[in-house]
Every structure is written in C-alpha cells, then in structure tokens.
Design a protein around this ligand. Structure first.
Ligand code: ZN
Length: 461
C-alpha cells in the first residue's frame, strides 16, 4: 500500500467534480498534490465513494451541547433569547474543567461524523463559578483544545473577551463572573495556553470580543493591539447583531447600529468573522459584503432561539462571504445549516432556489463551496478546498446512499443537502491525512459517549 496517497474516482475540487483524482500529502498533514485525470498507481488506496473537502464549523460553544433539547418548553409567555440565556447561565455555572472536556470530546466526535473537519471554539467560560482564577488561568480552554486534539478535529481556539454586561460599560452581573477578563488578562491567558499547547497545522489561536455589549471601543482597541503584537494576523470573531434588543441599545447609547458602528471604527477585513449579523439594514449589508469579513451564520441555532432571519439573498448578491456554525448545537450537521439557510429565504420570498447564482445554478453546490471557503477564512487555517498547500481534510460520501445512488454528480450535493432520508451519507472522514471516521464510526465514540452521559447525569442531578 502506498503511504499518504488516496485515489478517488470522483472528487470535488475548486472547479467542481473531477474524475480519477490522486491526492497526496506529507507527514504534517498538508496536501502536496491533487491531480485529476490520473491513472491509479499500483498499490494505491481507493476512496470508498465521492470525496470532498470537510466543512469548517465556524462557531461553537462546546458546553452548550449538553443543554440541547432541555429548553424546549414554555416557561414564560414571552420566552425569547433572553430567557434562554438565563437558563444557559445557570447551566454554565455548573460546568467544570472535567465536564467541559467530556462534553467537548463527545461533541467533536459528533462533528467529525457529520463531516465537519474544523471547529472555531468561541470560548467564554474561563474561571471558577465565583470568578476565581484557576491555578492555570487557561485551564478550561486547555481542556477544550485537548478534546479537539484527542478526537482529531482541527481547531481555532478563540478565547472570549467579556468585560461588561451592557452598552455603556455596565458592570458585569454576578452570574457572568466566570466569563470576565480585561484585554490584558485575556491575552496573558492566551499566551500561557499557546506555550502549553503550541500552534500546529491542526491548531490555531485567535480572539473573540464577545459582542459590542460586552466590550467598549477602548477595550477592543487594546485587545486588537495586543493581538497584533503577539499573534499577528490571528482571526477575530464577534457576536454582532443577534438580537433586535441589542441593536436598539447600541443605537440608544452609541448612536448607530452595531455592524455600522464596528465598520466605521475598526479596520474590519477578511480576518474578521461577524457572527449572527442577523439584524442589518441594506446599507450595512453592502458595507459588510465589501469589507471582506465573513458572515458567521448559524441557521439552526438562530431559528431555535427565535433570533430572526439574516438577509442572505441580498448579502450573497453583493458578493458577501459566509460560513456556517452549529453554535448552541441544537443540530450538529452542516447539511441542516445549509438547508435551513435556503429554506428561510424560500419561505420569506415565496420562491425556490433563491441562493443560487447565475454561474452556479445548483443551490447546494453553491452554498457548500461558499460555506467551505468562507468558513476556512474564518478558521485562519488552510482548509476548505482540496488543493496542494491546504490541509488533507476530506469526507467520503457513501456511494450507495439513496440521496446520491443513481444520480449524476451534478445532483449529488443537492441530494446530500436537501434530502433527509435515513442515515448520514458521510461514510469516512479524514483530517490532516488521518482517517478519524471509518464506516460512520469514530474509534472512541463508545467511551466518549459513556463519559458524556455520566457527565450530563452529574450536571443535571
Ligand atoms: Zn455564539
């Protein structure tokens, strides 16, 4: 068997489905050559089905996985994101280093099995419940990084700067004590983490100012200056306009809407990911698209929390870039995110195939390629498409799955994204050249699930 080489009868490259593709990679997990129209060398390993790049998941709060399905009852006639947040804070108060590690390990196995090969972790539970620092100030983040490394998923760890409880630099609430940092203490903790767990092809660091309600212009300036000094070019993610309530508060205290405020004051470019830019006016849509920033869309969570609908049609028409995230993990499946992204627009506009473009008429193909590339930019890592110089991260579709069996390759992604029949069509998953899911199974899934279940039972006791 030839090492570090795979032959795919069909693989999706930057220019679409190609035949007889030879993939070669090096010991660091980087693709060295991707050659279509090849002849299979003797002794080469064959892919079990069509091969395509793994999807980056650009927004995750790992601990929230353990809450999925536990807040779907009416506690208040006006239940909203804000009442959900109260429940989430109570849950966050119980999380320990051990439990966040167990939850993240199970979650990342679920992600890998679904075909997510990278995750951006927007990590904000930093301290003990009373706000006391752990002996290692990066203890919680380190457990999450370790979960990524042990499961095999690529990670961009984004420790969160959370300073205030609202616009106007309001003091944090008691139940936010676990989250609180200054720009300087956050950057120091990040440097400690990087010393303990150095960056490599599968791991990168950045920062996440939580939201404009949780930082000020002055603290954001200090955070970015410190980041540039110690982590040049590192990605920056922010929750920007998830709720109409925060848009109204921003207008009342700062005189403009959040996306406009950020674009007017900071040099927002392709290193930025604006998560939940849900509530934007036409002017902000155009400016945000022109900035090159990635819109971080999390359709299943945004639907679950009743956030609102991002104007995806207008943003994509303006050549805006986007990626997808599973955020609260009510679903851990990029197919569901892309499907709901399109369905939201169909329901709103009473049209079909809304998010296609004139040069990419197949909606699912267009959304997959755009989300993979936009998500890759948000990770700050070389992923998102199969080409030399990028990571050896891919998924293999089951050629016998009813979503694609009997169809020509032009319909494969349509079947994978829009059809919901039976088990997942994702058969095998490789990250950094290592096969981590084989035949829909991750090697550690039984032990990780036992640990997750015991953790959950402890948290809910
Ligand atoms: Zn979030």
């Amino acid at each position: 068997m030839i090492e570090n080489t795979l032959f795919a009868q069909h693989a999706r490259l930057a220019d679409g489905w190609r035949r007889n593709v030879l993939l070669q990679w090096d010991a660091t997990g980087t693709l060295t050559a991707v050659t279509p129209d090849s002849v299979a060398p003797g002794g080469v390993q064959y892919a079990a089905g069509p091969v395509m790049a793994g999807m980056p998941n650009l927004h995750s709060h790992a601990f929230q996985r353990a809450m999925a399905g536990l807040t779907e009852y009416r506690a208040n006639p006006a239940d909203s994101f804000w009442s959900w947040r109260e429940l989430m804070y109570r849950f966050a108060a119980r999380i320990t280093p051990e439990s966040i590690g167990a939850i993240a390990q199970w979650l990342y196995i679920e992600m890998l099995k679904a075909g997510y090969t990278s995750v951006c972790e927007f990590h904000y539970v930093h301290h003990a419940p009373d706000g006391q620092r752990y002996a290692n100030p990066a203890e919680m983040a380190e457990r999450v990084v370790d979960a990524a490394q042990v499961t095999g998923i690529g990670m961009t760890m984004l420790p969160v700067l959370y300073q205030y409880s609202g616009f106007g630099a309001l003091d944090p609430r008691a139940d936010q004590a676990r989250f609180i940092h200054t720009p300087e203490s956050l950057l120091a903790s990040l440097a400690t983490l990087r010393d303990a767990r150095p960056e490599n092809g599968a791991l990168r660091y950045g920062v996440a100012p939580h939201s404009l309600r949780a930082v000020s212009a002055a603290s954001l300036t200090r955070l970015l200056a410190g980041l540039d000094a110690g982590f040049p070019g590192a990605p920056v993610h922010i929750h920007i306009a998830e709720q109409t309530g925060e848009v109204d508060s921003c207008v009342a205290t700062e005189g403009s809407r959040p996306v406009r405020w950020l674009l007017d004051r900071f040099d927002v470019d392709s290193r930025w990911c604006l998560v939940h830019a849900t509530h934007v006016d036409e002017n902000e849509v155009q400016s945000m698209a022109a900035s090159g920033a990635i819109a971080g869309l999390c359709p299943t969570t945004e639907a679950n929390l009743g956030d609102g609908l991002f104007p995806a049609h207008d943003f994509l028409a303006a050549q805006g870039r986007f990626g997808i995230g599973s955020d609260s993990h009510i679903a851990v499946d990029w197919r569901s995110e892309l499907r709901l992204l399109e369905y939201g627009q169909r329901l709103l506009r009473r049209e079909r195939n809304v998010l296609a473009s004139s040069n990419a008429v197949h909606v699912a193909d267009y959304l997959f390629d755009a989300a993979a590339l936009g998500g890759a930019a948000a990770t700050g890592r070389a992923v998102g498409v199969l080409e030399a110089g990028r990571r050896a991260d891919w998924i293999v579709l089951d050629p016998d799955h009813p979503a694609i069996a009997g169809h020509g390759c032009e319909a494969w992604l349509s079947g994978v994204v829009f059809c919901e029949h039976g088990e997942s069509p994702v058969l095998d998953v490789t990250v950094g050249g290592f096969k981590v899911v084989e035949g829909r199974r991750h090697r550690d899934e039984e032990s990780a699930f036992r640990r997750y279940r015991a953790t959950l039972e402890g948290l809910l006791a």
